[in-house]
Write a new protein. Structure first.
Length: 190
């Protein structure tokens, strides 16, 4: 098979997969997790047989959608880290973006769905990756003399991520930004 043909087929598969994930997310947002494969296929504009070639059940689709979201969030945080200069400004920018992402997820009020999506290796791996990113940013800020040295960067990373987890319950993005300021104040040199 010619390389161009292979690339076209792969691009088509990727588009169909994305259409399935987008359709599922839209349906779940509209009516909760009790969607059917038929509804998903119809919303995605494909046949049920095609849908089953990609995913065996709704749970598999939801996990794939969640994995895509996690990947997008981590990529967004890495891009913010990479385009921001100065150790403390870089740390603050990443923490603010993380807190805002966390705040936006507050609309996920279906506890059963959240529990279903958050049990699994992909979430554990993403949390580990995020913790490492924040720890490295704190380490850079410590080395620059801009963040306290009396607590290990690993512990400070845990402090930041746990504190900013409260963003999920805050009423506004302004409140989220204030929480980030308070969290950053806890990192200041003593």
């Amino acid at each position: 098979m010619p390389k161009l043909w292979e690339e076209s087929i792969e691009a088509h598969r990727h588009q169909v997969r994305d259409a399935i994930l987008d359709a599922t997310a839209a349906l779940v947002a509209e009516q909760g997790p009790s969607v059917t494969m038929s509804q998903i296929a119809e919303r995605a504009g494909i046949g049920r047989a095609t849908l089953y070639k990609y995913f065996g059940d709704i749970g598999a689709i939801l996990h794939a959608w969640h994995a895509r979201q996690i990947t997008r969030h981590l990529r967004e945080l890495a891009e913010i880290r990479d385009r921001t200069s100065g150790p403390t400004r870089r740390l603050a920018a990443v923490l603010e973006a993380y807190a805002l992402i966390t705040h936006r997820t507050r609309r996920h009020d279906d506890i059963e769905l959240v529990t279903f999506l958050h049990r699994g290796e992909q979430v554990t791996e993403a949390e580990r990756h995020l913790h490492e990113m924040v720890r490295e940013l704190i380490t850079d800020a410590v080395q620059a003399g801009e963040v306290r040295r009396d607590v290990a960067p690993d512990e400070l990373a845990g402090y930041c991520l746990h504190a900013l987890g409260a963003a999920v319950a805050l009423p506004s993005e302004d409140a989220v930004r204030r929480l980030v300021q308070v969290t950053m104040a806890g990192l200041q040199t003593a």
